[in-house]
Ligand binder design. Sequence first.
Ligand SMILES: *Cc1c(COP(=O)(O)O)cnc(C)c1O
Length: 432
Amino acid sequence: MTDAVSELYSDTYAIAQDAADPLRDMRSQFLIPQHVGADQAYFVGNSLGLQPRGARAHVEEVLDKWAHEAVEGHFTGQAQWMPYHELVRESLARLVGAKPLEVVAMNTLTANLHFMMVSFYRPTRERPAILVEAGAFPSDRYAVESQIRFHGFDPATDLIEVQPDRDDGTTSMEAIERAIATHGARLALVLWPGVQYRTGQAFDLPRIVKIAHAHGAVCGFDLAHAVGNLELALHDSGVDFAVWCHYKYVNSGPGAVAGCFVHERHAHSDRPRFAGWWGHEQNTRFRMGPHFVPTPGAEGWQLSNPPILGMAPLRASLELFDAAGMPALRAKSLRLTGYLEALIRERLDGTLQIVTPADPAQRGCQLSLRVIGGRGLTGRDAGRALFDDLATRGVLGDWREPDVIRISPTPLYNTHADVLRFVRAVEAWRDG
Ligand SMILES: *Cc1c(COP(=O)(O)O)cnc(C)c1O
């Protein structure tokens, strides 16, 4: 064991792993930020993914088209703006395991969450409640709370938060099951994350859908930290809707246009929705009639003609996901994060505590790390000190209050050498 681990802790090993990586050429498709003349070890794809080299060309294509064709750009030449969202539809469907009819790129994440709740959160006096995780991402919590109030109900009784039940702050399937069973008759909606943003815990999504539906609730997912990270099978999961952003693991730039899934069974839904002209049936949209007829599927929830400049980098990014394929990316991700975990256990035992579940099926690429000691510091002080020190060494993670450093080796552009560099940087801080 000791021999095997010391082998892991060597440049030779890391370099050999990277050389044997079938996805090794993907990294050169990205612009890696520099730190004193060398590549950063960038582990913040969970927050803002790196820029694909192809993004600039797609953005410039739009700018050029605008310059030369102006309004005609909507209907002429390559990558016409009118059906521009269709250019990403098939790739997006592959990325999340959906049918093309079930996905659309539009708006931003929190906006899509609201628009989905307009249709899929239909509280009644008997069933007014929304069940979420305790410690949900603030925007999600604000959104559900404000929806409950908007319908005249009271978050104090109708927002049900499932508390983490394990010592490490993660939540067992049993706790979720118990909460849904306890409140089942009052639940209008179960909203759950694919991957918890602070702990990195990944959930058994089909099972959550099954339990929610068995108790008569609608089910939705926020996949902000799951999309481009895990292999998803949204159609088969049976979930009613899902929302996500594209600036994290999907590398489409700050504030990128977001994604939305509506299950095929709702493709012709007559549920209430907030409508806009871009959701109108395509063939008759420009007759400009007064009556809204929705386009079947997720596209029927569009409001506006989309921001073409904002959508352009998403095309570049999805080309890379198509080239690599999620199964290969996940396979590499398991190796890379497994390598990080093994090195932390071997080299940083008294320094870092891994919060994220050890079971690879219960996590994506991210490990959330609590700093338990080093340099005579403890708790939050140790965490902040290490975090700041890493940045001066060109090793970028991110900090989540109150005491977690998130390190997310992404399979598109991170390497085993990056991971080794992180571990050595922590050792240098601790021993320095
Ligand atoms: C990143 C993230 C958001 C951010 O919302 P925006 O509307 O894109 O600003 C919301 N919810 C979760 C769970 C996130 O991880």
